[in-house]
Design a protein around this ligand. Structure first.
Ligand code: 1HN
Length: 382
């Protein structure tokens, strides 16, 4: 059929079940729809109302080795300052049109800062976090509070807080950033404001512990002078030593027969807001999973998408129809309603325990708040 010039609406007469008989009169009707910018439901329903989510995103894996090499090259070639604001290089899901979107809701990037460098202060409504798979030496300065970043630390950064980063070490440092940028892009809810060009001398100090940890970082204890729940966590760093001990204790209690974990050989913890016990950020859920040497998780699917980074160990992960061997630092995406399973397969270079540690972030809180969360688990394979 001929198309109506200038209309973004494009309707084709097709001879297929469930569609009206193709006739010249139908073609004429469709041209009328195009001209008036109208789309009939009968040509679109399959895409708009599928029987279950069919993600536009696809499973994909990025190797840490490749990301880090490119970040290092960027460190030599690309200055960090106003305009770009951050030397952050985002994962682009191959099915999302080349946009810097790991999933339809989540941004994930490697960020790199050279010795002595500063990433300028700014704030934005997007909720964010940092996670460190290797290295140390950068202080993220949140609301004037310098917070050291080291391997295994998780550093949440709720929207609209001023923040800058400062590398106080004599070596470059890389880490990953997770943000809800694609979600705020599609909901058109973003605000951004640049801060001071240079943070004050007091904020370029390098204390061992941040003020937020001194106030909020005591398990099971909260300061009486700060009552009430907050939408995002006031604790700016969750340290690896605590996460590691929580996972090791969980697996030990399971082995002693005292408690059940997520499933045999699979322990997990969720980072929470100490004022609510709920998720750390309003739009992003963050967890660390530990799969004991030789253990395997059952394929599970959920509405909403996740990004994983291998924190330690090696293994094999399966996302839908694809499967990859993975090792430290590798990042991969699990799209909505796509089954995911992981197996720990220790290699000679792995740590003594042979466990596979997987850092995970997802858009779970959005789906739960809107009552769109659903999940199922396949039974043990026979
Ligand atoms: C941002 O502020 C950071 O503060 C990282 O480290 C990544 C991506 C887009 C927009 C702002 C950061 C970002 C970002």
């Amino acid at each position: 059929m001929t198309e109506t010039a200038d209309s973004p609406v494009r309707l084709s007469v097709v001879d297929s079940p469930g569609q009206p008989s193709p006739t010249p009169a139908l073609a004429e009707l469709y041209r009328g729809f195009e001209k008036e910018l109208l789309v009939p439901l009968w040509t679109e329903i399959g895409d708009l109302m599928p029987p279950h989510p069919r993600s536009k995103a696809v499973p994909h894996l990025w190797r840490w080795e490749s990301l880090l090499a490119l970040a290092e090259r960027s460190g030599r070639l690309v200055p960090v300052g106003r305009g770009g604001e951050r030397r952050a290089i985002a994962l682009a899901n191959p099915a999302l049109g080349g946009r810097p979107f790991a999933t339809p809701t989540l941004w994930a990037a490697i960020q790199y800062l050279m010795p002595g460098e500063d990433a300028p202060e700014h704030r934005h409504t997007q909720h964010a976090f940092r996670f460190v798979v290797e290295g140390e030496g950068v202080w993220t300065v949140v609301g004037g509070d310098p917070v050291p970043m080291r391997r295994g630390d998780f550093l949440p950064q709720a929207g609209w807080n001023w923040h800058a980063h400062h590398n106080a070490a004599d070596r470059p440092m890389a880490w990953i950033d997770g943000l809800d940028i694609p979600f705020q892009y599609v909901t058109e809810s973003q605000f951004f404001e640049p801060g001071r060009d240079r943070i004050g001398a007091a904020e370029r100090t390098t204390p061992g512990r941040s003020r937020s940890e001194r106030l909020w970082g005591h398990p099971g204890l909260r300061p009486v002078a700060f009552p009430g729940s907050r939408p995002a966590t006031p604790l700016l760093a969750y340290r690896w030593a605590d996460t590691d001990r929580a996972l090791a204790d969980q697996l030990a209690l399971e082995a002693e027969g005292h408690v059940a974990t997520v499933e045999p050989g699979h322990a997990a913890v969720r980072y929470v807001n100490p004022t609510t016990g709920g998720d750390v950020l309003p739009t992003i859920r963050v967890e660390m999973h530990r799969i004991r040497r030789g253990a395997e998780t059952a394929p599970r699917r959920e509405t909403g998408s996740s990004v994983y980074q291998v924190f330690d160990g090696s293994g094999r992960v399966t996302v839908g129809d694809v499967s990859w061997p993975v090792t430290r630092g590798d990042l991969f995406v699990v799209p909505s309603w796509t089954p995911f399973s992981a197996r720990s397969e220790a290699s000679a270079s792995d740590s003594d325990s042979g466990a596979l540690d997987l850092f995970r972030f997802s858009d779970g809180p959005i789906f739960e708040a809107l009552r769109l969360d659903r999940s199922d688990v396949e039974g043990p394979s026979t």
